[in-house]
Design a binder for this molecule. Structure first.
Ligand code: ADP
Length: 356
């Protein structure tokens, strides 16, 4: 009974939080100005309206303002708990059998990893989600039996690596995407680690992150040029009628979206940035096709969208965090990210409303 009550409570919350208009939500999160930016004298170009929690305005160098509207805008002072409160009803619906994808998109340094992974003192969406999944699974113990599995993959230059497949001294396993008999996309051979508590997941993430940076001259650089995907598979059995469910939650820290100057880029770096551009625009195309309910959804244009095909669209739920920097020095990239996000959401941005 409690399970049913909670499930319908969550449905109400879900509908309340995100209104009844499709399954795709775009949240914008603006990080605070950093100490370095403050001491460099760079100012904030982002303005928030105290009565509008879904809008922001960008002040351009010629002082003109451009307004953007999303499903919600998180401000620099909004902490991890506030962000998670809005995300929670969506991510935990994986226990009700929904497939869910959460993406963090934006220029390097805007807080993608902070939002998804967080820090040990300030844990992000990934950790808080797992904590919540274990909590609800425990509470439903009399009605549902849940098993949780975690996989961790990286897409770098359109190649998929299994980050839990090997230890850091060995080359990582190459993976590919196959269509299963039921038409869903699978990644055969990927390690699915059975997990029972958040600490185990945290340890797995640490070991996956170590593997991720092997071969990179700079771990930070590597993480900004590849997509990191954490997949939580939930297998549920209804103890009353024996019915079984299987659903996926994907938590995706995308590669940095910054454009790299033509002059400074050549060789490997150029190839990398072309692969990143291609996959980020493929993702944008898929989400905007889904939002506009187009019949052809171009999943096959990148490994990322192809791999997520079964978890994007239909009654799957999608959240994109568009991360931005408030700094005047990042204005160009901020506008690019906001325009990308507006296109994804199918919402036109426009000149700022007149202040009265
Ligand atoms: P990205 O993953 O986009 O490259 P990071 O998550 O590494 O960016 O964030 C860059 C820096 O900014 C980190 O030091 C991070 O702790 C800090 N930061 C990002 N977002 C916030 C925030 N909302 N509040 C406080 N610090 C933040």
């Amino acid at each position: 009974k409690k399970y049913l009550e909670e499930s319908s409570e969550r449905k109400i919350l879900y509908n309340e939080v995100i209104e009844l208009k499709g399954n795709i939500r775009v949240f914008c999160r603006c990080r605070p100005l950093s100490q370095v930016e403050i001491s460099n004298g760079s100012s904030s170009v982002v303005e928030f309206d105290s009565s509008q929690d879904a809008e922001l305005q960008i002040i351009s160098s010629d002082s003109s303002k451009k307004q953007f509207k999303f499903d919600h805008v998180f401000r620099p002072e909004d902490g991890q708990d506030i962000v998670f409160a809005r995300t929670k009803p969506i991510v935990t619906s994986v226990l009700d059998g929904y497939n869910v994808c959460i993406f963090a998109h934006g220029q390097t340094g805007t807080g993608k990893t902070f939002t998804m992974e967080g820090t040990p003192e300030n844990r992000g969406v990934n950790y808080k989600t797992l904590e919540e999944l274990f909590r609800i699974a425990g509470e439903r113990g009399g009605v549902m039996k849940y098993e949780l599995f975690v996989s961790m993959m990286e897409v770098y230059n359109e190649k998929i690596r299994d980050l839990l497949g090997e230890n850091s001294n060995q080359p990582t396993k190459r993976l590919d995407i196959k269509q299963a008999a039921d038409g869903t996309q699978e990644v055969p051979g990927v390690v699915e680690a059975s997990v029972y508590n958040t600490e185990e997941v945290w340890e797995l993430l640490k070991s996956g992150n170590k593997v991720r940076s092997v071969g990179a001259t700079n771990a930070n650089e590597m993480s900004s040029r590849s997509h990191c995907l954490l997949r939580v598979t939930v297998r549920g059995t209804n103890l009353m009628n024996g019915q079984k469910t299987r659903s996926h939650l994907w938590l995706v820290d995308l590669a940095g979206s910054e454009r790299v100057g033509k002059i400074e880029v050549e060789g490997e770096r150029l190839k990398e940035s072309q692969f990143i551009n291609k996959s980020l625009s493929a993702l944008g195309d898929v989400i905007s096709a889904l939002a506009s309910k187009t019949s052809h959804i171009p999943y096959r244009n990148s490994k990322l969208t192809h791999m997520l095909q079964s978890s994007l669209g239909g009654d799957c739920k999608t959240v994109m965090f568009v991360q931005i920097s408030p700094s005047s020095l990042d204005l160009g990239e901020t506008l690019c990210s906001l325009n990308f996000a507006s296109r994804v959401r199918g919402i036109e941005s426009g000149p700022a409303r007149k202040q009265v």
